[in-house]
Design a protein around this ligand. Structure first.
Ligand SMILES: [Zn+2]
Length: 247
């Protein structure tokens, strides 16, 4: 393949812009905010799960408390009715009186037990409420951190994407000035060779693979026409001659 020396040198400009573009892509992908957001989001998910559990516990204990209070009321009402019957003097049989008094005693005991249950449920409800309040606060704080890191990441994206657009535009202009077949070869080699398709020959060294040309290769480069498109014998990249090639 042949191409004017100036076109070959412009290929090095394209190569430099491509290196810049891959650096920008790498920078975009490895922003510290990615890991920060991921870790905070994990924390947030855990805290939200705990909050759901605390809120559920809160409403469960509220229901439990209502039920326990109703149980106490029923026992109290029954005890009151029994006491009224006793006070009214309507029960006269000694056996009935004895049974009624026994029931009043046992209802008092039952009421005491049920009131203990109410107290125990109230304690659990209160601690669930405290836990829910604390978790709500923590969720808010972590969410604030997520929002902050996300805003920083967006700002970095905007800056990097602006730079990418600028470099891509510049690349487009340079590529348009180079013969299509040379660009095509460059693109093919660039894909095959880790993002570097064209390398400068500098002081007899290929800057693509960093190997120095042996004497036979130097002679071949010397003998080649200026518009011949040369390839590195070692890495197969397009080897571009410049005044600093040492040939
Ligand atoms: Zn090479």
């Amino acid at each position: 393949m042949n191409a004017a020396p100036a076109d070959q040198i412009r290929l090095l400009d394209v190569q430099a812009l491509d290196v810049r573009l891959s650096q920008l892509a790498h920078k975009r992908k490895s922003l510290p905010e990615h890991a920060e957001i991921e870790s905070l989001t994990k924390d947030l998910t855990q805290l939200r799960d705990l909050l759901v559990a605390a809120t559920t516990e809160e409403s469960d204990t509220a229901r439990e408390q209502t039920k326990a209070e109703q149980d106490v009321d029923q026992v109290r009402q029954r005890a009151t009715r029994n006491q009224e019957r006793l006070d009214s003097g309507a029960v006269s049989s000694p056996k009935d009186l004895e049974n009624l008094q026994k029931e009043i005693v046992s209802l008092a005991k039952r009421q005491g037990d049920l009131e203990d249950v109410v107290l125990e449920v109230m304690e659990r409800r209160e601690s669930a409420q405290e836990r829910a309040a604390e978790l709500t606060e923590r969720v808010g704080a972590v969410q604030g951190k997520v929002d902050d890191a996300t805003a920083r990441r967006e700002a970095a994206f905007t800056e990097i994407d602006g730079e990418v657009a600028k470099v891509a535009k510049e690349r487009e202009v340079v590529v348009a000035s180079i013969p299509a077949d040379l660009v095509k070869l460059y693109e093919k080699l660039r894909t095959q060779s880790g993002g570097v398709g064209a390398a400068r020959l500098y002081q007899r060294r290929c800057e693509g693979c960093q190997l120095e040309l042996n004497i036979t290769e130097v002679m071949e480069v010397r003998a080649a026409a200026p518009d011949a498109v040369l390839r590195c014998e070692n890495c197969r990249r397009i080897l571009v001659r410049t005044p600093d090639s040492g040939i």
